[in-house]
Design a protein around this ligand. Structure first.
Ligand SMILES: Nc1ncnc2c1ncn2[C@@H]1O[C@H](COP(=O)(O)OP(=O)(O)OP(=O)(O)O)[C@@H](O)[C@H]1O
Ligand SMILES: [Mg+2]
Length: 326
């Protein structure tokens, strides 16, 4: 199957704030092919989570609004559909894993009840069957003594275990798409690796597609088929993972790559960092936002660069000061 599970077209998401309506996601487009993992990478505040929350329409209310674009999931635009349809899709066809497992779990409900809920609601299982299936799921995500854990509460589990439970909840209905927003950031490194392996294994077994949000390019290199690089609420580059690492085309992508620590770097040398800070939402120019960050001058600051396909499936925001492809 070669179809795209998800096609995002020109997505615009804004927040109503004291400063007025501010656009956080500004015309983002990318696709998620069936069975593939697409990584979204970029510094803090560049719009990764807002993009994810827009896909499943779980934006903070009432401030967050989708002001334009399409989110086409399995051929159907989700923007503007009724709540009931969305309830039917979330947790069933699209599973979501957020960063902090404690906020995703209900502290006063047994693990088994939280897992059973989706199975009863979306799959019409009886309570008893759903409980038995919950034990299987806990086993599948690598939780020891699942038949005991299933009756426990979230606070009785370690952080790594809780994140495994959150993953189990996200995959309980074998979704076509899993959205994982920094699923391992709160965990220590060895647990991180286990969780990522687990995600990979489950994805293979279920044939799901995955959107993996992270600021860790190491995680991207190991896990993703394609990469979307975001800056200032926009996509500045999208390409197959090998291209991003071997042949990056946008100055921002190059900057991110240069800031990864490497074994061959002498121990006492300083890591390269990208200078200056990301502008606030209200200060962004309409032209190239990375030029704005780098305090460059010229016409590129006035006109939004278009996305250009510079090699097969390799897209770059064609700013003349940030890439040779303009
Ligand atoms: N509820 C909100 N009200 C106003 N602005 C918001 C709100 N939530 C997010 N934003 C703004 O939207 C922009 C994008 O935020 P987002 O959370 O998507 O960043 P991110 O890329 O996920 O960053 P991080 O790596 O820190 O998670 C930021 O400028 C942020 O301040
Ligand atoms: Mg985020």
């Amino acid at each position: 199957m070669n179809e795209d599970v998800l096609v995002i077209e020109n997505l615009q998401t804004a927040f109503d704030t004291e400063q007025g309506r501010l656009t956080a996601v500004d015309g983002v487009s990318f696709t998620v092919p069936a069975g593939k993992t697409v990584g979204i990478v970029g510094e803090s505040g560049c719009g990764k989570s807002v993009t994810a929350m827009s896909i499943v329409q779980l934006l903070p209310q009432p401030a967050g609004v989708i002001t334009g674009g399409k989110v086409i999931f399995k051929g159907k635009d989700l923007i503007g559909v009724d709540d009931e349809t969305l309830y039917g899709i979330r947790g069933n066809e699209i599973g979501v894993i957020f960063q902090e497992p404690m906020t995703a779990l209900n502290p006063v409900q047994r693990i088994g009840k939280q897992l059973s809920e989706s199975l009863i609601l979306h799959k019409g299982m009886s309570k008893k069957d759903a409980w038995a299936e919950s034990v299987n799921l806990l086993d599948m995500v690598g939780i020891p003594s699942p038949e005991i854990r299933v009756g426990e509460y979230p606070h009785q589990l370690s952080g790594g275990m809780r994140q495994r439970v959150v993953i189990a909840i996200a995959i309980v209905c074998k979704p076509d798409l899993i959205i994982a927003d920094e699923p391992t950031t709160a965990l220590d490194v060895t647990v991180q690796a286990q969780i990522l392996d687990l995600l990979k294994k489950l994805q293979k077994e279920n044939g799901s597609s995955v959107i993996l949000i992270t600021h860790d390019l190491g995680v991207i290199a190991e896990t993703c088929d394609e990469v979307v690089v975001m800056y200032g609420g926009r996509v500045v580059e999208q390409a197959p993972v090998e291209n991003i690492f071997k042949n990056p085309q946008h100055a921002y992508t190059k900057g991110l790559l240069d800031s990864i620590p490497r074994l061959e770097t002498p121990r006492k040398s300083l890591l390269k960092t990208i200078p200056n800070m990301v502008a606030g939402l209200a200060e962004f120019v309409d032209g190239c936002r990375f030029c704005q960050r780098m305090e460059r001058e010229g016409d590129s600051l006035n006109t939004r660069p278009e996305l250009k396909e510079v090699a097969t499936d390799h897209w770059v925001e064609a700013c003349p000061q940030c890439t040779t492809h303009a």
